[in-house]
Design a protein around this ligand. Structure first.
Ligand code: SF4
Length: 245
C-alpha cells in the first residue's frame, strides 16, 4: 500500500517530528506495524549496514532485505552478505538487473556511470518496488555521510508514493562503530583496508582516515549518489534521456 493511500502528508509531518526523538528501533516498529510486508529495506551489505540489519533481525525479522546484485560487487561483499544473512537469519531477496541490447557492458561505468547505475541498480529496484506494491522503503543512510545527505529526514515521502524511512538519519559514524562494538558484530572484510563505504568494485577505492567516508566512491567524477534515492521517472530516466537526445 502506497504512502498516499495510507497517510496524509500532514500525518507524516507530525510523525516525522516525533521520529526525530525516537530510537531507530521505535521507528522500525512503526514501519512494520503500519506497512507489514509492504515494507522492505535495501542494503548494500557494507560495514555501516550492520547496525540496521541487526535491529531489523530483532524488531521485525520478517522484513524483506533487498540486495541488488549488480554483477560487479567485490567477492568479499557477497561473502559478507551471506555471513550476515546466516548470522541474523535475514529474509534476503537478491535482485539482478535485466539487460537490453548493448546494456550488459562492464566498462560502462567509466564513461557513463549514471547510465550504468540506472541500468544495474535503479531500474531493477524500481521494478521490484512496483511489482511488489511496496509502500515503505527503509534505508541505512545518514546525514553525516555527505553534504548531499545532510538534510535527510527520518521520514521522506517520495513523489512516486513510496515512503522512504531512514531510521539512522541522525546517527554519526561514531554511533555506528559504538553499536557494532557493543553488540560484538562483524565488519566488512575490506573495512580495515580503508574501504569505509563500499559499492561496486570498479567504482570504489579505499580512503584515508581523514577523508570523507564516501570519498572513494566514483572518485574520478563528481558523482556522489547512484540514484536510488531519487524518484526514478522524475530524475534518472529523464536525465539519461536528456543526455542522449
Ligand atoms: Fe556501474 Fe559503478 Fe554504478 Fe556499479 S557503482 S552500477 S559499476 S557505475
Amino acid at each position: 500500500m502506497k504512502q498516499q493511500d495510507k497517510f496524509l502528508l500532514s500525518d507524516l509531518n507530525t510523525l516525522g517530528r516525533e521520529f526525530a526523538d525516537n530510537s531507530p528501533e521505535e521507528i522500525l516498529r512503526w514501519v512494520w506495524g503500519s506497512y507489514g510486508c509492504n515494507a522492505v529495506m535495501s542494503s548494500s551489505f557494507q560495514t555501516q549496514s550492520v547496525p540496521l540489519l541487526h535491529m531489523i533481525s530483532k524488531v521485525c525479522p520478517e522484513m524483506v532485505i533487498v540486495f541488488i546484485d549488480t554483477g560487479l560487487h567485490f567477492p568479499e561483499t557477497l561473502a559478507f552478505r551471506d555471513e550476515l544473512q546466516e548470522r541474523f537469519r535475514l529474509h534476503l531477496k537478491v535482485i539482478r538487473p535485466e539487460f537490453g541490447p548493448g546494456e550488459n557492458d562492464d566498462q560502462m561505468y567509466r564513461d557513463d556511470p549514471d547510465r550504468c547505475c540506472y541500468i544495474r541498480k535503479v531500474r531493477c529496484m524500481y521494478t521490484f518496488l512496483q511489482d511488489n506494491e511496496i509502500g515503505a522503503w527503509v534505508t541505512g543512510i545518514r546525514r553525516g555521510q555527505t553534504p548531499q545527505r545532510s538534510n535527510i529526514a527520518e521520514l521522506q515521502p517520495r513523489p512516486d508514493g513510496i515512503l522512504h524511512i531512514h531510521p539512522l538519519a541522525r546517527w554519526t559514524t561514531a554511533q555506528v562503530t559504538e553499536y557494532i562494538n557493543k553488540h560484538d558484530l562483524p565488519v566488512h572484510p575490506l573495512f580495515n583496508k580503508g574501504y569505509i563505504s563500499i559499492g561496486c568494485g570498479p567504482c570504489t577505492k579505499p580512503v584515508a582516515a581523514t577523508d570523507d567516508e564516501r570519498q572513494g566512491r566514483w572518485s574520478w567524477t563528481n558523482k556522489t549518489e547512484c540514484g536510488l534515492l531519487q524518484p526514478v521517472h522524475e530524475h534518472t530516466e529523464s536525465a539519461l534521456n536528456a543526455k542522449t537526445t
